[in-house]
Design a protein around this ligand. Structure first.
Ligand code: MD3
Ligand code: FE
Length: 199
């Protein structure tokens, strides 16, 4: 099924295998400096998705809520966003302004992300760019208000999505992974990079 929400632009296979491996190498360097952690939700459970970030800000969830912070929970600044990642942003958005956050989500075979809006950024006029690496994931998107119809699409390794316009404020989430659908990550699972202007 093709998503029909205005402002949702998918580039299937934007990254070839060599580019995916190159990005994966860059992500591993970030993760070596800023290890994955499982954020606490404000309602007391841990998220099933593991997270870390690169850039001047990383996104954090804990008992006090959601926000962007300049440091990893261990107290060190987030690593720089790798140049290969910035190139994806520039190539797809054509913007002069660079993203301030590259959130890195890791999904194991059981992980999922409930329907939510991304609204912790100052200006929702900037697009969000998402890069999928590894196992395929069932992405679901609704509208800017809760409830109502949703549409689903499988995001595959190398796909890049640009969310702007109405899609920028649409509810979205990840229902499940198709475990074993990609060999990019030796231990399986899925990485998602989301690039955002935060301030
Ligand atoms: C639609 N990540 O990090 S990426 C998130 O696959 C997030 O890890 C999912 O939702 C993931 O917040 C979905 C696709 C995506 C990212 C940001 C969006 C879709 C979006 C922002 C607004 C609307
Ligand atoms: Fe989101």
């Amino acid at each position: 099924m093709k998503l029909t929400v205005k402002g949702f632009e998918i580039r299937p296979g934007h990254l070839d295998l060599a580019a995916q491996r190159d990005l994966l190498g860059a992500v591993r360097e970030v993760v070596a400096k800023a290890p994955f952690f499982r954020p606490d939700t404000p309602y007391g459970k841990k998220m099933s998705v593991r997270m870390t970030a690169a850039g001047t800000y990383g996104w954090l969830s804990d008992k006090s809520g959601y926000r962007y912070v300049p440091n990893h929970p261990r107290g060190t600044p987030w690593p720089d966003i790798p140049p290969q990642v910035l190139k994806v942003w520039s190539d797809l958005t054509g913007l002069d302004r660079m993203p301030e956050c590259c959130l890195i989500n890791y999904y194991d075979a059981q992980a999922k992300m409930g329907l939510h809006q991304d609204r912790d950024e100052t200006d929702m006029g900037w697009p969000v760019v998402s890069v999928s690496l590894g196992d395929e994931a069932l992405f679901r998107m609704g509208n800017a208000t809760r409830g109502g119809k949703t549409e689903s699409i499988w995001l595959k390794s190398g796909d890049v999505v640009v969310m702007g316009g109405e899609a920028r404020l649409a509810y979205h989430g990840i229902d499940r992974l198709r475990a074993g659908s990609s060999t990019l990550l030796p231990k399986g699972g899925r990485l998602n990079l989301t690039l955002r202007v935060v301030t």
